[in-house]
Write a protein that binds this ligand. Sequence first.
Ligand SMILES: [Zn+2]
Length: 129
Amino acid sequence: MWKRKKRARPARPLPLELCDLCGTTFPADGAVRGYVPDSSAVHPANDWFDGLRRVTACCEEHLAAVREEYEGRAFVPEELWAAKIDRALSGGIRFLTMERLGCRTGLQEPQIRRAIAWHNAHLGQRHGP
Ligand SMILES: [Zn+2]
């Protein structure tokens, strides 16, 4: 078997994670992770994860507290549909017909209309944490 010479790697600082509850930073390998329902979250590539937000905490107790916080929030389908439309229109695409938008988002036309209405009503209120 061909054996490679072990090369000394330059010492790199470990990537740090941030606890979503207390804001403590800690090495990524010590993170406790989970998913919480969040209608404002869509996955950039995999729509299987739409409506779920990945959360990171420093310990199980803090992950449980973050989960509890999200469980108290309203899950608004229109918000999720709007986020899906937003993703479909990203990457330089400015306009899609209702049919094409339906294909790209998997939404029905009435859902798209409700999402647009929701989006317009909440314009400027989003982009918070
Ligand atoms: Zn914490």
